[in-house]
Design a protein around this ligand. Structure first.
Ligand SMILES: [Mg+2]
Length: 233
């Protein structure tokens, strides 16, 4: 086994045993968790309601926890659509969102426990003329978790392209161009995703109950990967 061989010199079509060893070693890694922001870590709808009710005092609103659609504008009257877009795409909207209770403490604990590799994976608003959502999401992470967590922030419009073991997200259906997505999706419980099947996190207080199940699933996936690797030898 030539451990000293320059990796740039490797023949990719005939990999020597060393690359297989490296591959096997990569299987004994920590499970990677991808946490969505809006509706999981950040109370997006709460922020909307706070502004909506202070600007349009005479208009009807849907109380928190009663939305029936993922896109809130689909739950409101058609005539409000433009006003809703204007509000949710305005600069300052994202940075002012309050964290969902327990999210910040739990993420910090996950990192300090050292069992998982936690990352934040969020899709920014890109339709607004001023692209402030990208920077506000980074600022939000810095405000609530600290500067070092901005190194763990992934902003993408397509989460199927991101590598990870579990994606904790509230969106009912997550689509993208990669049909072989790496992660298993965990549903973060919200009123608009009750019908979605799969592992579920019923609020941050339940994280400790979910953790053992995720570890078991990860270990099983590793066994399958190792078996597949041996077959390829
Ligand atoms: Mg979300």
């Amino acid at each position: 086994v030539e451990l000293t061989k320059d990796p740039r010199q490797l023949d990719l079509f005939n990999p020597p045993t060393t690359t297989k060893i490296v591959k096997e070693q990569s299987l004994s890694r920590k499970p990677i968790l991808l946490f969505d922001m809006d509706g999981v870590m950040a109370n997006y709808y709460g922020r909307f309601l706070e502004l909506w009710r202070s600007i349009y005092t005479d208009r009807e609103f849907i109380p928190e926890g009663e939305l029936k659609t993922f896109y809130l504008e689909d739950s409101y009257r058609e005539e409000y659509r433009e006003d809703i877009r204007e509000l949710t795409t305005s600069c300052g909207f994202f940075r002012g969102i309050k964290p969902i209770s327990g999210s910040i403490e739990t993420l910090r604990k996950i990192l300090s426990d050292g069992i998982f590799e936690p990352f934040i994976c969020s899709s920014p608003e890109v339709e607004a003329e001023e692209q402030c959502c990208f920077s506000e999401k980074a600022q939000w992470v810095e405000d609530h978790l600290g500067r070092e967590w901005t190194e763990r922030l992934i902003l993408t419009k397509d989460k199927t392209l991101v590598y990870g073991d579990f994606l904790i997200d509230d969106k009912p259906v997550i689509k993208g161009i990669n049909h072989k997505k790496a992660w298993t999706r965990v549903v973060f419980d919200q009123s608009y995703n009750k019908g979605v099947i799969g592992p579920r996190l019923n609020g941050w207080a339940d994280w400790d109950k979910l953790e053992p199940g995720l570890l078991r699933m990860f270990k099983n996936m590793q066994i399958l990967e190792k078996v597949a690797l041996k077959r390829n030898l």
